[in-house]
Design a protein around this ligand. Structure first.
Ligand code: NAP
Length: 250
């Protein structure tokens, strides 16, 4: 087992995940750059730094997840931080404008195939990866799990008629993040006695492929809250949902 702590970031080949990987490397972690395409992961790992390595990991593929966990155990022997960052906003062609994603996600017209695909990645994928990595995380001295969620999934914020963004609360992406919040809380409750802290972070509206670069925040800004939660000390909270400004309502 190596002395240096190890972090795994899923979907770290681009966007907010790549920045989280860079920040954790700067904080002294050996970083595993999770990527469903190994080639993209290898290119990204070079950008993260000398102590980063690509890890083929498709969060919807159980064989890929099991192989990734096995590789971490055999090559590094430890895992201290898991950032469940991989996510999709729709299941259509890349580059769809945000307005179109919003329209097609309306509950009255949403494609059931798209609902299933988005939930498979954003919710089931997080449960699957976390389950596979838990044996390693349980062995770490102070493991942290961060789920990259969104305030788009906040039921409280979207139930408020004064919220101008609520027309975007459809049947696809937003409720997948609501479910991810629930899953975050469930893991936090089960793991409370172990000292493993499990929290959900909202990066804010960040310019990435996810929203066809309509987001107004930079990836450096978007990575801040997930990274803060990955670095919590033993007095830090578990079972929370927050952004850079503070706690968010579920
Ligand atoms: N951008 C925002 O405004 C915003 C706001 C709130 C929350 N978030 C959340 O932030 C996270 C990162 O999103 P982003 O904005 O950085 O988007 P992004 O640039 O599109 O990055 C998404 C990442 O997830 C990966 N991914 C998708 N499906 C995967 C799968 N089945 N297995 C493994 N990796 C997969 C993508 O890999 P490929 O390159 O192979 O597609 C990519 O690396 C997501 O969970 C998103 O919901 C984003």
């Amino acid at each position: 087992m190596q002395d240096k702590p190890v972090a795994l970031v899923t979907g770290a080949n681009k966007g907010i995940g790549l920045q989280i990987a860079k920040d954790l490397a700067a904080h002294g972690f050996t970083v595993l750059v999770g990527s469903r395409s190994l080639k993209n992961g290898e290119e990204a790992a070079k950008r993260v730094g000398p102590d980063a390595r690509a890890l083929q990991l498709d969060v919807t593929d159980q064989a890929s997840i099991a192989a990734a966990a096995e590789r971490i155990r055999s090559e590094l022997g430890r895992l201290d931080v898991l950032v469940n960052n991989a996510g999709i906003s729709h299941a259509g062609k890349p580059g769809r404008p945000l307005e179109e994603i919003g329209e097609s996600g309306r509950p009255s017209v949403a494609s059931l195939d798209e609902v299933r695909a988005v939930f498979e990645t954003n919710v089931v994928g997080v449960i699957a990866v976390t389950q596979a990595m838990l044996p390693l995380l349980r062995e770490a001295p102070a493991a942290r799990i961060v789920n990259v969620s969104s305030e788009a999934g906040s039921l409280t914020l979207n139930a408020d008629p004064a919220n101008p963004h609520r027309p975007m609360f459809g049947a696809v992406y937003s409720p997948s993040k609501t479910a991810l919040n629930a899953v975050t809380l469930a893991f936090a409750i089960e793991l409370e006695s172990t000292g493993i802290k499990v929290n959900a972070a909202c990066p804010g509206f960040t310019g990435t492929d996810l929203n066809n670069f309509a987001g107004t925040r930079t990836v450096e800004q978007g990575a801040r809250e997930p990274v803060r939660l990955a670095l919590l000390d033993q007095n830090g909270p578990t079972g929370t949902f927050s952004n850079e400004v503070g706690p968010l309502p579920w």
